[in-house]
Design a protein around this ligand. Structure first.
Ligand code: FA5
Length: 342
């Protein structure tokens, strides 16, 4: 027994001397004291010895066990001290670590810039819900239930109690839900609102993301006309893109404006030749038009006295036309190599 115990201690010593980290020490602990350890096997052999031999053998094993425990604890504290010395030692000559300074995401930067440009024309920033009632997102905008104009825009409805007038709640597909809300808030024109919010749709490709941002402009006053709308766009595009970009108004149909347009800008990625993003050399940035009399009435504003224009532009596409981003999905991939370029 004595010889066996000695052998176990010798082998343990070698193992412990070779241990370089606390993780390997955990494994050695199992090997020394676990169920399948040599020490345990030796202990089991005691039952095969004669009554006279057993006490001596037991003592030898106990002694060996204590010795092993001591060796193990010594090795463990040596390793801990060594690792602590690595952590706490300071090399004063080592070059300092530069603190990384972040910056606003490109979309947030654009929002700041857009708000600033429109504030010069007297537009005030408002925020309206991005989960809103059906009535604000559709009905008040002259899109009754079941109307095909809703098809592209009926996105994600929320499980919420049904309101007898306002209907159910939906993730807003556009910022136009803010139009009647702003009329209700101010009660009386003049109204000059810019509403910026997240929007949601069932789309994804180079020029569409399921979540995106729009900025919605609404101006209502006496004698507002299409040249005011065009002048506002010209002011915005000159300030945001610089003086050399061209925009055009293309006739379109929205249920909540009459007449309605879509606003295109010359594509900066292909410089007007046509590419994956724009297809034709022009990229659609938003919709616009003169506020429909039914929408004014929904907001309790007399369409015989007041007129107004409204527009809703996509922020991601507007950014892509300024920074030549060929795929707006890049904006939401959180790739630092992309984001730190702006
Ligand atoms: C609208 O959303 C209308 N509410 C705009 C409007 C407001 C018209 C006020 C009249 C008066 P449209 O579905 O065309 O229109 O979207 C407007 C712009 O939002 C698009 O031109 C595009 O720039 C942006 N957009 C739309 N869907 C997406 C999408 N999935 N990803 C990124 N941008 C999008």
């Amino acid at each position: 027994m004595d010889k066996d115990a000695e052998k176990i201690i010798k082998e343990a010593q070698e193992k412990l001397e070779n241990a370089t980290d606390l993780e390997s020490l955990d494994q050695i602990y199992i090997e020394l004291f676990g169920k399948n350890s040599d020490l345990n096997k030796l202990t089991k052999k005691i039952s095969n010895l004669s009554k006279e031999q057993r006490p001596k053998a037991g003592q030898a094993i106990n002694k060996a066990k204590k010795r092993l425990e001591k060796l193990f604890e010594e090795t463990k504290s040596k390793l801990i001290t060594y690792h602590l010395s690595l952590i706490t030692s300071v090399d004063v000559s080592a070059p300092g670590k530069k603190t990384e300074i972040g910056h606003l995401h490109l979309v947030s930067q654009a929002i700041e810039e857009i708000v600033e440009i429109f504030s010069k024309l007297g537009f005030f920033l408002q925020s309206y819900p991005e989960i809103d009632w059906d009535w604000y997102a559709f009905e008040s905008l002259n899109m009754p239930k079941g109307h095909p104009a809703r098809d592209e825009w009926e996105t994600f409805f929320i499980k919420s109690p049904f309101h007898p007038k306002l209907g159910s709640q939906v993730l807003t597909p556009h910022t136009s839900n803010g139009q009647v809300r702003e009329m209700q808030r101010l009660k009386k024109p003049p109204i000059r609102m810019i509403n910026i919010a997240r929007c949601y749709r069932r789309q994804i490709d180079v020029s569409h993301t399921p979540m995106f941002h729009q900025f919605e402009g609404l101006l209502i006053d006496k004698k507002v006309s299409i040249p005011d709308l065009k002048g506002t766009f010209d002011f915005f595009t000159a300030n945001f893109f610089g003086p050399n970009r061209q925009t055009r108004l293309r006739p379109h149909h929205f249920r909540f404006t009459e007449p309605s347009f879509e606003v295109d800008i010359t594509c900066d990625i292909c410089e007007g030749i046509g590419c994956r993003m724009c297809k034709s050399g022009w990229l659609e940035l938003g919709g616009a038009g003169m506020v429909h009399p039914k929408v004014l009435s929904a907001g309790n504003i007399d369409p015989n006295v007041y007129t107004g224009f409204a527009f809703g532009w996509g922020i991601e596409r507007t950014i892509s036309m300024k920074t030549k981003i060929p795929d707006i999905r890049l904006l939401y991939q959180s790739d630092i190599r992309f984001l730190e370029q702006f």
